[in-house]
Design a protein around this ligand. Structure first.
Ligand code: SAM
Length: 217
């Protein structure tokens, strides 16, 4: 059986009892980065073999993991942060498992965009999760223009390297309306900025932006 296990997005305490129980019971834990997941496993005294399953080995390692599942082994899939399958290679293994009729289940837990959406106070009964915006300016602007046609709350992920450029484009496309930027959610320096793109830019530009970001428009 494949157990898709959500893990914390920052605060090691954000994990369910069931997730810990499953991680303690499986034969193997497939991790995006084994060193990263080791911190969590050590914290909870979980001593299980791990293997890496990430973007660049997702096809070969996926076949290997499938072989183990077919032999009746129990495998847990975790990502570096949050819910496997939400913008990480978990998606590939989940699909391979479905195609091969192997049982699987999901042990729910944190997802960064749900955390930010709830904290934003913006309408959450209808929202669009746009994932990461394109890296290149023209592609990003075009995507934002398309997204601006939607009549619901928009949610995007962004890294510290591109948050300034993304906010500049958001300011241009959406104008000076109130948006929300969640930074380092659940972590020691968690911050939720509710202001116009210009005001948020001014705040973030005081020093080099650090950490991980979710933008709610
Ligand atoms: N699987 C993850 C999830 O369930 O949310 C998302 C993985 S994606 C590769 C990583 C992105 O998620 C980051 O660049 C950032 O936009 C967002 N993210 C993850 N952890 C976060 C946190 N603690 N605070 C804010 N954003 C976070």
């Amino acid at each position: 059986m494949l157990y898709i296990v959500a893990t914390p997005i920052g605060n090691l305490k954000d994990i369910t009892f069931r997730a810990i129980e499953i991680l303690k019971s499986v034969d193997l834990i497939a991790c995006e980065d084994t060193r990263h997941t080791k911190i969590l496993l050590d914290h909870y005294g979980i001593k299980k073999p791990t293997t890496s399953f990430f973007q660049h080995n997702r096809f070969t390692k996926g076949e290997y993991l499938l072989g183990l599942l077919k032999k009746g082994k129990n495998v847990a899939l975790v990502s570096d942060a949050g819910t496997p399958g939400i913008l990480d290679p978990g998606y590939n293994l989940i699909n391979l498992t479905i195609k091969n009729n192997i049982d699987m289940t999901f042990i729910p837990g944190p997802t960064a965009f749900i955390d930010a959406l709830v904290l934003s106070g913006k309408p959450a009964h209808e929202f669009y999760f746009a994932g990461f915006l394109p890296n290149k300016k023209i592609a990003r602007k075009n995507r934002l223009i398309k997204l601006s046609k939607l009549e619901c709350t928009l949610v995007c992920y962004e890294s510290c390297h591109r948050i300034i450029a993304a906010l500049e484009d958001i300011r241009e496309v959406f104008g000076e309306r109130e948006i929300v930027v969640g930074r380092e959610l659940t972590k020691k320096f968690e911050e939720v900025l509710r202001a116009t793109p210009q005001a948020i830019l001014e705040k973030l530009q005081i020093s080099k932006p650090r950490g991980e970001f979710v933008v709610i428009i």
